[in-house]
Design a protein around this ligand. Structure first.
Ligand SMILES: Cc1cc2nc3c(=O)[nH]c(=O)nc-3n(C[C@H](O)[C@H](O)[C@H](O)COP(=O)(O)O)c2cc1C
Length: 287
């Protein structure tokens, strides 16, 4: 049999096809089906900062303010109590996935500030996560926030994670940076073991009958993979970390094109939501 194994975030995967973060990881049976279908690893649905903070605000008593730096005075720090339902459920589910799957399980954090919610990273590591994916799902809509501050936000969250955990960290990025290569290198220097290109944002629509804003998640199409493939090819050799493509990978051709952008193995699969992991590659040039 052809060897499709690859190295992602320092983890040995049997092949480079990995279901991206999605509800497919929420149930043990669907996770097992993905493993049986050949997934190389599984990225869990995210633990969301807003849910963590919401429950903290709602319950009031199990979060305490912390003020490590002046601009974090409103950040919250979790204090363990039996009321931590959302987070505890996530940890329990992670532990259950770990005991029923043989493939690596990558936990996922989704948030936009370096606040207390980041502290859950160490609990995820203790619960057995093989790696952590950080999705900074941030729409910079503040007129007073500069591009550099937006970039700093990503780096600060990564740095605070890096301080807490030793497992590999992958950064799931937006495509909307002025200089993707510069940002990628900055994140790598700050401790990212891998970069996942690119996040897809919700695209609210307007219903012309009701004049209401309609929350909408359009599923991707193959055309969207081309933007990612271009940037994987540009980053190849310019960063010393793993590269993953997510977004628009729907069929064998998409997989092959993604691999041709620089991966050393090929693979195939068609899933609703799929991340195609490309192999670890070392820089061949330093720009
Ligand atoms: C229903 C659904 C749920 C998702 N949930 C998450 C999530 O919890 N965390 C995350 O980082 N990405 C999430 N994503 C984004 C996917 O992981 C993936 O990056 C994105 O959908 C692009 O892949 P696709 O083109 O195959 O849809 C979700 C996507 C979908 C469609």
């Amino acid at each position: 049999m052809v060897d499709l194994s690859t190295n992602y975030l320092g983890l040995k995967l049997r092949n480079p096809l990995v279901p991206s973060s999605s509800p497919l990881s929420r149930h043990l049976d669907s996770a097992r089906r993905l493993e049986d279908a050949g997934a190389g690893a599984l990225v869990m649905h995210s633990l969301f900062e807003e849910r963590v903070e919401e429950e903290g605000t709602g319950q009031g008593h199990y979060f305490q303010p912390r003020s490590t730096t002046p601009d974090q005075t409103t950040a919250k720090q979790p204090v363990a109590t039996s009321a931590m339902r959302y987070e505890e459920q996530y940890l329990e589910h992670l532990a259950a996935l770990k005991s029923s799957l043989e493939i690596p399980v990558i936990a996922s954090l989704n948030g936009t500030t370096p606040g207390g919610w980041v502290d859950y990273a160490s609990a995820l590591q203790e619960a057995g996560a093989d790696a952590l994916e950080l999705n900074v799902y941030y729409l910079p809509a503040l007129s007073r926030e500069t591009g550099t501050e937006v970039e700093d936000r990503y780096v600060e969250i990564l740095e605070s994670l890096r301080e807490q955990i030793s497992i590999p960290i992958a950064m799931k990025l937006s495509s909307q940076f002025s200089s993707v290569v510069y940002m990628a290198q900055r994140l790598q220097r700050a401790g990212a073991d891998g970069l996942v290109l690119f996040n897809r944002f919700y695209q609210p629509d307007i219903d012309l009958e009701t004049l209401e804003v309609v929350p909408r998640l359009e599923l991707s199409n193959s055309g969207e993979s081309l933007l990612r493939i271009r940037w994987i090819a540009i980053l190849h050799g310019r960063v010393d970390c793993s590269l993953a493509i997510t977004g628009g990978v729907h069929n064998v051709k998409d997989v092959l094109k993604s691999l041709l952008a620089g991966a050393s193995v090929s693979a195939f699969a068609v899933l609703l939501v799929i991340g195609l992991l490309l192999t670890d590659r070392r820089p061949e040039e330093t720009p």
